[in-house]
Design a protein. Structure first.
Length: 268
């Protein structure tokens, strides 16, 4: 596999000669083990920054904690998020998973469940409830996350061709997207979100690029049944919504209308 020959980060263009970190295009804590950029593509500084300031708020949002907890997806330290729930008579509980096997366990916070414990010891059965949906991350964090994943997904497409990868690193047309991912500027970058299938299916994530007749390029990402689309060229969505209207609201991931498309060569 080719690496970044001139050792420049695809985000900040800083020198990456001493960088040692792989970069997961989609975080490991969302089930990704295959879409990984080798050291030298993203510098350690950007890698660490994205992990703390962009990915962590997404992963710790109620929406993704619930999804990861219900589907038993551990973080990189092999730990599972716990979920808050409610048992009979409004007694709070926590749903934990055993670290090695993922086996679910009900935990009753100390001092909260004496009546429930007494009923269980007496052989009484009942129902407990855990949330199936949660508050998503703030839109600004969400869009920065999508911008980060989009830039890295493009790098994956080009990583076998050193010349194209270097052209991509130098391409100033993508600086607006890079700056939104790294710096949060511009502050507002709209994205499209919709549900396209049940989050219970085994397919955790997939992504592709949509090339519209208006020469716009959109990054399309599906996570746990939710489809997201973001414009690589600027903070607009009208081209994507028009494409959906013209294609019976099919997902670009499955429509077949984008088959054979290639990443355009960067301009220098």
């Amino acid at each position: 596999m080719s690496t970044n020959k001139h050792n420049c980060c695809i985000f900040c263009r800083g020198i990456t000669s001493d960088s040692v970190s792989e970069e997961h295009v989609i975080p490991e804590s969302l089930g990704n083990q295959s879409h990984v950029l080798p050291p030298g593509i993203v510098c350690d500084t950007c890698n660490n920054y994205f992990a703390r300031k962009v990915e962590k708020p997404v992963l710790e949002s109620p929406r993704f904690r619930i999804i990861r907890g219900m589907q038993a997806i551990p973080n990189k330290r092999k730990r599972f998020p716990y979920l808050d729930g409610i048992a009979k008579h409004g007694i709070p509980i926590e749903l934990h998973r055993e670290r090695k096997t993922g086996t679910p366990t009900i935990v009753i916070p100390e001092g909260e469940g004496d009546p429930l414990i007494q009923r269980l010891e007496a052989g009484e059965t009942g129902t407990f409830y855990v949330p199936v949906d949660g508050t998503p991350p703030p839109n600004r964090i969400y869009s920065r996350f999508l911008a980060k994943v989009a830039v890295e997904a493009m790098a994956m497409r080009l990583i076998h061709d050193t010349e194209l990868l270097q052209g991509f690193v130098r391409d100033e047309q993508l600086d607006c997207l890079r700056n939104h991912a790294r710096l949060g500027t511009p502050a507002d970058w709209p994205f499209n979100e919709r549900k396209i299938y049940s989050p219970d299916v085994e397919l955790i994530h997939e992504f592709d690029f949509l090339f519209t007749p208006e020469d716009e390029v959109y990054f399309v990402l599906a996570l746990f049944g939710l489809e997201f689309a973001i414009n690589l060229g600027g903070p607009q969505l009208h081209g994507y919504t028009k494409w959906l209207a013209d294609n019976d609201n099919q997902s670009p991931l499955y429509s077949g209308n984008n088959e054979g498309a290639e990443m355009p060569a960067s301009t220098e």
